[in-house]
Design a protein around this ligand. Structure first.
Ligand code: GLU
Length: 562
């Protein structure tokens, strides 16, 4: 067969050569060890948690090594394209610390546009580039056209499927597939000319030289050393519309765009032999591969299941709705990604997660477990280390969209809100009252009269007259300028004067000798002022509320005791 002639017949308009492509897209000039990684989504909807995960790895490896991260849109399946999905995806990822240095990124109008010298970054715009390499492969007798129409192929597949169901003799099945494939290889130049003259569409297939009996040795940076069978399938490189399959586009794009590390889901592992074959045929240097395991979750019965699209926590936009700070999500992703992250965090409570030396070797090989309880724990820790001002800024950003009434109160007096949010912050053991913005109202709503209600009541076991006396004496002795110690001494004095133990040790030694303890006396005041048994430090609360509001609440409780 005259392959040059075949190549000209199939790609008459392609005049450029691979050498031209190499000249157009020269190797990147980057410092030694700098990694070039990418995110290559097929944007059809929201960003999945399982998508953020490998992307964070890509981002960390790139930026930690002085390299770069780029975004390539893999829109070769036109049927699945969703308008606006790419823009949404970029915005969502940006929230979670994923900043692209290059690629299809947002321009000033908020529309995806190319940025960088290795574009176009949308695969649907790269057909001429793929065709250069396709033509070359045909010229070298490494690829051939197959004029079976898509409809014929589909019909054939249906028949095959039915056969497969009946036929459990895998060996026979493989043989019949192979026979079918070999049949495709048999054609003459005249056949091709006749088909082309008739305007018949064709797909371009690789002419595989693989032998599945032979094994390829590969190293995956996450999974380790592996042996995989060679590919013997004449898989499709170009579909009948001239658009490449994932396999072909992956090889051409990652080569020309200079990707050093291909970080992708492990669902691509079974295709790896195809990719290695393509890199060999095309004479490209093989990038390093990292196949990341699927994120798992536990179902009701405690069994591990894949975190699917419909599961709670899968859609990254849900986190915003639920009230998780993006910082929390990033922190959680890091705890999942590297087993030594939490230890590092304990030693470095205030550093940004980007200071952590991310290590590929500390990644889980078998897959991480997504767990809301753990996420909520991380959330409380992260928020407890933020400053009151940061909390206020993020909280109001969230309430603006998700709780406008609360937002109005917070925004009306930022200084008041910030002083509330400052309670228990700083120091070695900051308070961990909330982890989600949606939990804040429950925690601090009582500071606002509009939300103040008696959620807890003083147990009936206490004499109402005693409660009344505590409140009255407290009011009489209250001086806003007292420091915390003096304030508490006064509470103790009230306690003993009414037969409650001022000293907890004495109370514990003989509880029957007292009506209760100073803790109970404080509880009366706490319930009156905050409506709750559990609230932050009462001295501070009263100072933030101010004397007037504090007294109004104490008086309100008195009226219920009359
Ligand atoms: N478009 C592919 C996907 O979304 C990309 C895989 C890769 O990163 O190479 O699964």
């Amino acid at each position: 067969m005259d392959y040059n002639r075949l190549a000209e017949l199939l790609f008459p308009d392609v005049t450029e050569t691979p050498a031209d492509m190499e000249a157009k897209y020269p190797s990147r000039q980057l410092p030694e060890g700098a990694k070039v990684t990418r995110f290559a989504p097929s944007p059809t909807g929201f960003v999945h948690f399982g998508g953020l995960f490998p992307t964070t790895v890509a981002e960390r490896l790139a930026h930690q090594s002085g390299g770069m991260l780029y975004l390539r849109i893999e829109d070769t399946d036109a049927k699945r394209e969703v308008p606006g999905a790419a823009e949404g995806l970029i915005r969502t990822l940006a929230r979670y610390g994923i900043q692209f240095d290059e690629g299809a990124i947002l321009n000033e109008q908020g529309v995806v546009a190319d940025h960088g010298a290795y574009g176009p970054y949308k695969q649907s715009l790269r057909a001429p580039i793929y065709h250069v390499y396709a033509k070359q492969l045909v010229r070298e007798g490494r690829a051939y056209p197959c004029f079976t129409t898509e409809q014929e192929l589909e019909e054939l597949q249906q028949v095959n499927k039915k056969e497969e169901l009946k036929n459990t003799d895998w060996e026979a099945q493989a043989q019949s597939k192979r026979a079918e494939m070999l049949k495709n290889r048999e054609f003459t130049m005249e056949d091709v000319e006749a088909h082309l003259a008739a305007g018949d569409p064709f797909v371009l297939r690789i002419l595989s030289d693989g032998d599945p009996e032979k094994k390829l040795k590969v190293t995956d940076l996450v999974k380790g050393n592996m042996e995989i069978p060679e590919n013997d399938e004449d898989f499709v490189l170009l579909k009948s519309d001239g658009i490449p399959t994932y396999h072909f586009a992956h090889a051409v794009d990652d080569h020309l765009m200079g990707t050093t590390h291909v970080i992708r889901g492990e669902e691509w592992l079974p295709s790896l032999a195809k990719h290695l074959q393509l890199f060999r045929y095309l004479g490209f240097k093989v990038p390093k591969y990292m196949h990341i395991a699927q994120i798992m979750r536990l179902d009701e019965n405690g069994n591990k299941k894949k975190l699917s699209k419909r599961d709670m926590g899968a859609n990254m936009d849900d986190y915003t709705r639920m009230g998780y700070s993006a910082r929390v999500v990033c922190e959680y992703v890091m705890t999942l990604l590297n087993s030594n992250y939490e230890e590092w965090r304990m030693q470095n409570p205030d550093k940004p997660y980007t200071d952590f030396p991310f290590n590929i070797k500390k990644m889980s090989v078998s897959g991480c477990l997504f767990d809301f309880n753990k996420l909520n724990d991380v959330a409380k820790n992260v928020i407890s280390r933020m400053s009151a001002e940061e909390v206020y800024a993020e909280l109001t950003d969230w309430t603006k969209d998700y709780d406008p009434d609360f937002h109005a109160l917070l925004a009306a007096d930022p200084a008041y809100a910030t002083s509330i949010l400052a309670i228990g912050r700083g120091g070695k053991k900051p308070r961990k009252d909330f982890g989600l913005w949606s939990e804040v109202k429950d925690y601090m709503g009582f500071f606002y009269d509009a939300y103040f209600t008696l959620l807890d009541t003083i147990p009936d076991t206490f004499d109402k007259q005693d409660v009344k006396a505590v409140i009255e004496q407290f009011k009489a002795s209250y001086d806003e300028s007292d420091d915390m110690n003096t304030w508490f001494e006064k509470v103790k004095t009230i306690a003993s004067s009414l037969g409650f133990a001022a000293d907890m040790k004495a109370y514990k030694a003989d509880p029957t000798a007292f009506k209760g303890s100073v803790a109970d006396v404080s509880m009366f005041l706490r319930v009156a002022v905050t409506g709750k048994m559990n609230a932050p430090d009462l001295y501070t609360v009263m100072h933030i509320l101010g004397k007037e509001r504090t007294f109004a609440r104490l008086d309100a409780l008195l009226t219920t005791l009359a």
